[in-house]
Design a protein around this ligand. Structure first.
Ligand code: CTP
Ligand code: CA
Length: 513
């Protein structure tokens, strides 16, 4: 009686199994197809690289930078990177005031280097910009026609290069500060976060941008986001809308407070008190001697106010290597006596309360890096920085010269002065004290790009930082493919599990395993 039952069930079971098998096979095929499509269809386009050139015509020298970025991602943040830097031989372009026609040709060697880095088919479309900073600002104040001639000489040279010439001009101190701030925040990825990072950011309300401190040869800039709503000093206030966010930025550029001009200012003050041509100087090492020609000394706008008739033409500087005396001497450069605002840095210049972390670059970095004081991620304590500089200044010149024979004498002889000047500027000038010293991070590069104003300048002039956040996929290609694979695996596992439940293979039946 049982027999028909048995014969009737058998074909029913095998058809279910058959259907499940086909289903399993088809879904596996579907998953494989899904992954294949995800990987191939969503692959980033083959790289179409664009290039841009910026020449930083600083007071002490000119640097040529070549940047590159993938054409399709122009508006993303953090995609532009430096691929080449070329240091122009000789002085900065302002140093050609007596032979203005030679300023342009001095750039030729670096332009040649750029031609080699950028594929020739792209030369014509590659924009080239030259921005001159404080050296040229000073030359313009001292001798405007010489400054114009220097600029037209560099313009002629740049126009005759095979690139797309976009201008050679003296940028303002405000621009220099602002573009330096844009550069470091762009490179640090502070402007735009996508996907999870954005969510994390809004949850943790992380500090959003980093301030920028730039120390050149002739000027220095301080730039940071200030939440102070009332702007007491409008000329120090900038407004940006970047990637859909508003930023209120404070900036100031101190002309004559770059490290070379600060030294000139210091010497001009020292000259007020000397009665002979010998000047003992605590900011140079013991045993160091330097002769200064004073016939042109007071023609410089940074020293002209202190002009004095002297009965000698040459000044002989003799190093003393005395940190304390040097510090007191330099401190006189920062006039803290009057402030027409609620708070000031020095010389009656408005400074809102310091806020957030700061990236300190250019000479801040060169000097502190030489003195081994750039330790990251945790910056050194201020007293350690002070004692290191004090010890360095006390070393005799002969010993320093032997220990660092590979370093240019012009740089080496001034690291004591520069170290003390940086301390004085940060501590006395801006009031970074023991409590907030650790907010300052000395950095030369971020990834492969130098910290400085040039990248921000190019990003702005090529409209590569949009005001509004560009619409784009919320996930990167990698995360997208990863998510697809994960979902597919889950799908396969569910199907497999369902099949096992229905089929109950012998090996999983109780008593067999
Ligand atoms: N390894 C180095 C490189 C440069 N310097 C010094 O650092 C100073 C500033 O250099 P830089 O930032 O390049 O200044 P510039 O851009 O030329 O000047 P500015 O921005 O004021 O126009 C100069 O005194 C230079 O001699 C240094 O001490 N050590
Ligand atoms: Ca500079």
């Amino acid at each position: 009686m049982d027999e028909p039952k048995v014969t009737g069930t058998k074909p029913k079971m095998s058809s279910t199994r058959m259907i499940l098998l086909i289903l399993g096979f088809l879904s596996t095929l579907a998953v494989i197809a899904l992954i294949a499509v995800a990987v191939t269809q969503n692959q980033p386009f083959p790289k179409n690289i664009k290039y841009g050139i910026v020449l930083d015509a600083g007071s002490s020298h000119t640097n040529l930078y070549v940047y590159e970025w993938p054409a399709e991602k122009e508006n993303d943040t953090g995609v532009v990177k430096q691929v080449e830097v070329c240091k122009v031989e000789g002085p900065g372009i302002s140093g050609y005031s007596h032979a203005t026609e030679k300023a342009g040709p001095s750039l030729e060697q670096c332009l040649q280097q750029a031609k080699e880095v950028i594929p020739s088919a792209q030369h014509k479309e590659t924009p080239v910009y030259l921005g001159a900073t404080a050296g040229m600002r000073l030359l313009r104040l001292q001798n405007e026609s010489a400054a114009d001639k220097v600029l037209s000489s560099v313009e002629n040279t740049l126009r005759s290069a095979p690139f797309n010439f976009q201008g050679a001009r003296i940028i303002t101190g405000q621009e220099e500060g602002a573009y330096g701030w844009i550069t470091i925040n762009y490179l640090l990825g502070n402007f735009k976060q996508s996907g999870w990072k954005k969510l994390l950011h809004s949850l943790k309300s992380l500090s959003e941008t980093s301030g920028a401190l730039d120390l050149g040869g002739a000027s220095t800039q301080i730039t940071f986001v200030s939440k102070e709503l009332t702007s007491e000093s409008p000329e120090n206030q900038l407004y940006f809308r970047l990637y859909g966010k508003d930023y209120q930025v404070y900036t100031h550029s101190f002309l004559c407070y770059g490290k070379d001009q600060a030294l000139q200012q210091k010497l001009a003050r020292d000259l007020q008190t000397v009665d002979n041509s010998l000047l003992p100087d605590p900011c140079f090492h013991k045993g160091y001697e330097r002769t200064i020609n004073i016939s042109d000394f007071f023609k410089n706008p940074c020293t002209s106010e202190k002009k004095k008739q002297l009965p000698f033409n040459q000044l002989y500087i003799k190093g003393e290597g005395d940190y304390q005396k040097c510090r007191e001497n330099i401190q006189n450069l920062f006039d803290k006596s009057n402030c027409p605002y609620s708070s000031c840095s020095f010389n009656g210049i408005y400074l809102p309360p310091l806020q957030g972390d700061f990236g300190a670059f250019s000479a801040f970095y060169f000097v502190m890096n030489f003195l081994n004081l750039t330790s990251e991620p945790k910056p050194l304590a201020l007293n350690k920085v002070t004692s290191t500089i004090e010890t360095f200044c006390a070393r005799p010149w002969q010993e320093v010269k032997t220990a660092y024979h590979h370093i240019k004498e012009k740089y080496l002889s001034e690291y004591c002065f520069s170290g003390v000047y940086i301390l004085s500027l940060l501590e006395n000038g801006y009031e970074f004290t023991e409590n907030n010293w650790q907010m300052v991070h000395f950095l030369g590069k971020i990834d492969s790009s130098d910290a400085g104003w040039t990248l921000g300048y190019m990003l702005n002039l090529t409209n590569m930082i949009p005001a509004e956040e560009p619409a784009g996929p919320p996930l990167s290609h990698g995360s997208y493919v990863g998510l697809m694979v994960l979902c597919s695996l889950v799908l396969v596992s569910v199907l497999l599990f369902a099949w096992l439940l229905l089929h109950k293979p012998k090996c999983l039946q109780k008593g067999i395993v």
